[in-house]
Write a protein of this length. Sequence first.
Length: 459
Amino acid sequence: MAAVQRIVIENCAIATVDADDTEYADGHVVIAGNRIEALGAGRAPEGLPDVVRRVDATGHLVTPGLVNTHHHYYQWITRGLATDHNLFDWLVALYPTWARIDEQMVYAAAQGSLAMMARGGVTTAMDHHYVFPAGSGDLSGAIIRAARETGVRFTLARGSMDRSEKDGGLPPDFAVETLDGALAATEATVKEHHDSSFDAMTQVAVAPCSPFSVSTELLREGAELARRLGVRLHTHGSETVEEEQFCKELFGMGPTDYFESTGWLGEDVWMAHCVHMNDSDIAAFARTKTGVAHCPSSNARLAAGIARVPDMLAAGVPVGLGVDGTASNESGELHTELRNALLVNRLGAHREAALNARQALRLGTYGGAQVLGRAAETGSLEAGKLADLVLWKMDTLAHASIADPVTALVLGAAAPVTASFVNGRQIVENGRLLHVDEDAIARSTRDEARRLARIAAEA
């Protein structure tokens, strides 16, 4: 058998985000194949065999790669629209356009979304895709292909909608699937693409969209399907006060109680947003270990409110960070969410005690791995874990006068990514993607955005 090749990274500050928040002011990381073999203070041991590369990371902070827990890639080609709307009005304004996407558009949009995240330190990404117009092609396959080409670790949350306007939902009637069609297509996607192995690069979750676009039957049967297939469950929950009113009017209970009644609380479930949660809701999430994808920029863009993240964390709820779709977070970058999570939560009841820089970094790394069910494999820098890590350049004008590198990363300007590794393979060098052409992606996303706008206008 061929010898395992090693990469040695030295002379860097390290924030491991392990259970003890171990940090090294000057340390090393040894990558062997696709795993972290060793890390610690000072230089790497002499005499390591089969070292193919040594990286002098002077002036850098090494952290686990960022983990994105909620996104909608197709929205990359509808950025900058409905900029002064709340969630329900925003959805009503954009659904008619979204319902006209096709495979070529979705592939280009996925490329754009993935490229923006990867060049900013994301090593594990996900996409919640729930719009499947009839005759639009293999949308799930297009998204997975884009993720594979970019080089990130990826979870596709195969979404669905079957509650349209005629049933009291928000999507247009032509934008939804049937109950049986959605379940069958989701099962086929899991069977074709899901990999349950330790170092899997592609996984699939079952992900009906939201209470106001999905029937009770699709939620209940979707949960049963996911557990029969052994995959995770994802949806939107408690995002706005309007959603809470909707659930009470339609189902006679709030969102959390409704989700529990359909089998949608559990350690295999994570929900996006969870802004409007009372004490009982948080206790239910903590009791069942249901995860939360916190999306501070999107929540602010849509005026949804401030999620009670400090209270969730204190109760033991797993919490990660999400970009959310770029029609409600046009930057599409997760590393800015570290800063925004800290700042937005300090506007809430806990004020300056809400979150600190290291808690924000944990949300964006280990917390994200937890809610995706991959904390044993990634999310922290520990021997035996997958080699998903980022080298942030901290000695430039933007950060050099901040003594604490973690504080600099979280509260300072967006730090340049000198190198990003996924599964031991480098995907970013000096802020540029190594395996896809950013300029070509920019052109194709612009062209597809214009094509979609033209089709929607003609319709």
